[in-house]
Design a protein around this ligand. Sequence first.
Ligand SMILES: Nc1ncnc2c1ncn2[C@@H]1O[C@H](COP(=O)(O)OP(=O)(O)OP(=O)(O)O)[C@@H](O)[C@H]1O
Ligand SMILES: [Mg+2]
Length: 452
Amino acid sequence: MHSINTRILVVDDDKNLSQILVNILDYEGYRCEYVNTGHAAIEKGTNEDFDLVLLDLALPDINGMDVLKAIFKIKPALPVIMISGQGSINKAIEATHLGAYSFLEKPLDTERIIVTVKNALEKGQLLRKTNWLREDVKDKFSMIGNSTGIEKVRQLILRAAATDSKVLIEGENGTGKELVARGIYFNSRRFGEPFIAVNCAAIPENLVESELFGYKRGAFTGAFADKTGRFQAANKGTIFLDEIGDMSLMTQAKVLRVLENNSIEMIGSNKEIHIDVRIVAATNRNLQDELDKNNFREDLYYRLNVINIHLPPLRERRDDIPMLVNHFIRYFCEEQGRVVKEITNNGMERLTDHNWPGNVRELRNIIEKLIALYDTQVIQQKDIVALLGNDSLRQNAVVGDYSFKEARNNFEKKYILAKLTECDWNITQTAELLQIPRTYLYKKMNLLNIDY
Ligand SMILES: Nc1ncnc2c1ncn2[C@@H]1O[C@H](COP(=O)(O)OP(=O)(O)OP(=O)(O)O)[C@@H](O)[C@H]1O
Ligand SMILES: [Mg+2]
């Protein structure tokens, strides 16, 4: 950022020095203004849109620290560089603890001014970008619903986001566990750093270790180059260990060691690599049962279960259904470039009465289908009954103007969707029913754009 649109406010009672600063910064192409009192600085700094403030610590009316505090109260993200005389370095350092970007010591050095200003502006821009992004993404991933159950979840998300504690999210398929994990991340100080989701159920057992911890070149046949593992990729950010209940006992032991030591070892290396990662885990299994059956390690369970968020199934918060239905109708109509449809009262009643074994995901899929399949402007009860009552295999003929590949994909998609519905979107069960490995099913679903 280096343009005439970049506005800098210089605050110093030393007229000569201010003039020098303004000249230097003008020459660099910034738009500068200067004031010589604390009052004027607060007035201008809080009411106008500056990108940066250069603020002297010793002002005639209010001291620089109080000016800084007053500006931050209104504009907490505005970068401020303090200017300190010799002997007030301690004060300047204190100002950086309050959030000042940095400080410059008198006598001022031109090179240092230019570099510090440039860096402060970049930092400010990054911060603004992150904030925009946060608003943008937050909207996209917002949780719909105002039932007591969802309100409680919302509060827990915010509480968890304010800490770095481990979180365990429990809930049936499609209740919104991933949405919660992302919500925690978006609201946490780690937003902007990586968010890495790992589906523990989708990785074949023999690949888990290399996937999670990475490997060094030559660690085993076929390891032609170093590979970074997921934990390392998530460094400074958040790792989402999804379907943790499906992790084998062996992998559990390895993950436990990471949590205990905050470090990993790549395969083929015995060097410990320190990692700083926030852990959020989720499962659709009842981990208490898995503990009883010795399928899940107790020590790992207690380590993960610091903040517990339980997502109630949709049938236990029916109040949320109409809101969700309207939300998804609007969403899919807009996505498909249609005028937003309406739904009859009976139609809404039918949806509210449904038991939703696949929870919000199932509801979302049904609404998507309703929008895509019918051309009427009003969604009718009969269309809903047809969908909810019939298995999707019977919808839409497969034979059409398709290539062999398209027809096969169509068939496979409908077939898999039907079987998923039959198994309440339980992947393990569906894979068993289809007699294919779970990883193959995930691959197919990915290929066929089946949202899971
Ligand atoms: N309260 C909600 N508001 C809006 N959308 C939601 C809500 N809950 C879930 N969804 C949507 O439903 C779908 C399923 O949610 P998500 O993937 O978070 O569920 P899950 O619990 O992780 O499911 P699974 O156990 O099957 O992995 C997603 O498209 C998600 O955006
Ligand atoms: Mg999930």
